[in-house]
Design a protein around this ligand. Structure first.
Ligand code: FE2
Length: 383
């Protein structure tokens, strides 16, 4: 519980300094406080949405009076003459007056890069447990947030059963491949995924904008020799590239690649995005890496193209390094989910003449998963 010891009006009333009990003070601007006022005229009590626009707040907004009790601060804003009480806890949660020494490629606390040492069993749970136990489901969804990867076991060996995985948290994202798609050997494949070829680790559908942010692959048959699944943390690979070769990291983040798919009648998808995407403040946001659907790259100047290709090659070598890969073989009724903006998946080659391998895949979106997780966390999901 945050307690306020004092509040001072500073900078001619354009800001206040809130002094916390036992912690460094935090400054807040008058315009920020007025915009984030929690009163019923500013925010809907029913849905929490803001009822005003910024133009409803005078640009010259000042704070002319400030008082506290330990659990809240009350401010009067002029020229509106508006008095608003702010809960200490809410202010503390939204402090922005803090030093920022973030390296390019920084990650939120809830995200942890992984390499081959991640034991996939630690992110694996039975599907029926996830469906019936909110606490287990919360932990499994939190693993997707932390590692971009989780596995489910013990599901039915039925076509379409992969939808039960999506039902844990959200909705299927339907594409030209259908609500879900088959991954097995085809005679005239529309995509190399539908052959017995090994596939280099990749993110799916980088030619979409936005990409599907989650993928589920669900096993119905897998009696072939080979055909193991592999996941690789693209964030860990990008950070390794940054540490080994900063210039290479810079090239792959600063220039857009191009991705394209037109392997199906009536479909021509294309997107222009970097292979390693950063937010303006350097947060590592996403990876797009897919040798099959990388188009001609035309957004890199002639002077940088050779270095860009060297960086692309090195990034691929890191992705291919067995030290980065977590491997496992799916049995019928088992599935895995990946954050497709981060974790690459691969398949070892297999001979289609012996045994059979049949997976079904579908896409979904991470915002729905994180929403379900946030609700479970707010509820303190118990067993
Ligand atoms: Fe794939």
């Amino acid at each position: 519980m945050s307690l306020i010891r004092n509040v001072r009006i500073i900078e001619g009333g354009t800001a206040v300094a809130v002094e916390w009990d036992g912690q460094a003070p935090s400054r807040f601007h008058a315009i920020w406080l007025r915009d984030n006022a929690p009163d019923a005229e500013t925010r809907s009590a029913a849905n929490g949405q803001r009822l005003i626009t910024l133009s409803d707040i005078p640009a010259m907004t000042r704070i002319v009076e400030a008082s506290i009790d330990p659990h809240s601060v009350t401010l009067r804003f002029e020229p509106e003459g508006k008095v608003v009480e702010f809960a200490a806890e809410s202010l503390k949660q939204h402090v922005y007056d803090a030093p920022r020494n973030r390296a390019s490629g920084w990650l939120p606390d809830a995200v942890t890069p992984f390499d081959r040492t991640l034991d996939s069993q630690t992110v694996t749970a039975p599907l029926t447990t996830l469906e019936s136990n909110a606490k287990e489901c919360k932990a499994w969804l939190a693993a997707v947030r932390r590692y971009g990867f989780s596995c489910a076991t013990g599901g039915p060996v039925d076509s379409g059963a992969l939808l039960r995985v999506v039902d844990l948290f959200g909705y299927v994202r339907e594409t030209n491949y259908g609500k879900w798609f088959e991954v097995r050997t085809e005679v005239n494949p529309t995509n190399l995924a539908f052959t017995g070829l090994g596939l280099q680790a990749h993110t799916d559908n980088p030619y979409r904008d936005p990409v599907p942010t989650l993928q589920i692959l669900y096993c119905l048959e897998n009696s072939v020799v080979g055909g193991d699944s592999i996941v690789v943390d693209g964030f860990a690979c990008a950070l390794r590239l940054r540490d080994e070769a900063p210039r290479a990291f810079e090239l792959l983040t600063n220039y857009c690649a191009r991705f394209e798919y037109q392997g199906q009648d009536g479909v021509h998808l294309s997107a222009r995005r970097p292979m390693i995407e950063l937010a303006p403040d350097g947060e590592l946001l996403g990876i797009r890496f897919n040798n099959r659907s990388t188009a001609a790259i035309t957004d890199v100047p002639y002077e940088d193209m050779a270095d860009f290709y060297a960086a692309y090659r090195r990034f691929g070598e890191i992705i291919d390094d067995p030290a980065m890969a977590v491997g496992f073989k799916l049995e019928p009724g088992e599935s895995f989910i990946v954050d497709n903006t981060r974790v690459l998946h691969a398949r070892k080659g297999y001979a289609a003449t012996t045994g059979s391998r049949r997976l079904q895949g579908c896409y979904a979106d991470k915002d729905g998963l994180l929403s379900t997780l946030a609700v479970l966390e707010a509820q303190g999901a118990a067993a």
